[in-house]
Design a protein around this ligand. Sequence first.
Ligand code: ADP
Ligand code: ADP
Length: 237
Amino acid sequence: MLSIENLTKVYPTGDRALENVSLEIGGRETTAIIGPSGAGKSTLIRCINRLTEPTSGRIVLDGTDVTSLNKKELRKARLDMGMVFQEYNLVERLTVMENVLSGRLGEVNTWQAFRRQFPPDAVEHAYDTLETVGLAGFEDKRADELSGGQRQRVGIARAVVQEPKILLADEPTSSLDPETSRAVMELLTDIAEAENIPVLINIHEVDLAVEYADRIVGITDGEVSFEGEPDELVEEA
Ligand code: ADP
Ligand code: ADP
């Protein structure tokens, strides 16, 4: 369970990106954060994993107040948050398996080093996860041989092998064509159920959010402007 409590972010430039945002995200639910460009969606995710420091408010993940952690504690807490990025953030010259296993380390390394570091069950889990995301047989391909959709599947597998308590996806479909975007959204919602974790997705395509998410949170000018089920949003529009 992730609790966001009265989160406010004012950048040093004076930009008020988030204003007193409170949200609870739990279960195996997929929550889509929608809102126009500049609304504060990306700032919200970066406050949760503390890539940016909140100005005030608290972020509590399964009882741990993430906002109060020191650097070392934060490194550990970040392993509880699987991150999926718009541009995938893979290491292009490494293989699919190397990229996926790097999720468990929170850093990248080479396959040789990996094999020594990982117990067989960890490697087994990575193979299983690649199968789940539809990339069985792709283990030894280099990331730069893959299509965008395949790269994003690797990014998702890398987040899943961390065995996170929550999955955070920042515009995971923005670099993909509509058909591939739908497949990625479907995969993310499947993973929420299969892994029994909440998934939080920033997305600017409202139609994809309505089609795939269990719950929608609208953010406008840094404030929560809508919170409800997809059909409530459609009725309101
Ligand atoms: P979104 O993800 O919804 O497009 P962002 O969270 O990126 O919105 O941005 C929210 C607001 O915060 C915008 O006004 C943006 O210009 C501002 N902002 C984002 N990042 C920074 C930053 N590093 N420094 C200053 N202002 C920022
Ligand atoms: P996105 O819309 O995908 O979030 P942006 O183009 O808004 O991307 O931001 C890209 C980078 O620029 C981010 O690292 C963000 O923190 C920074 N940034 C965004 N807006 C501002 C701003 N007003 N002042 C300074 N940095 C900003």
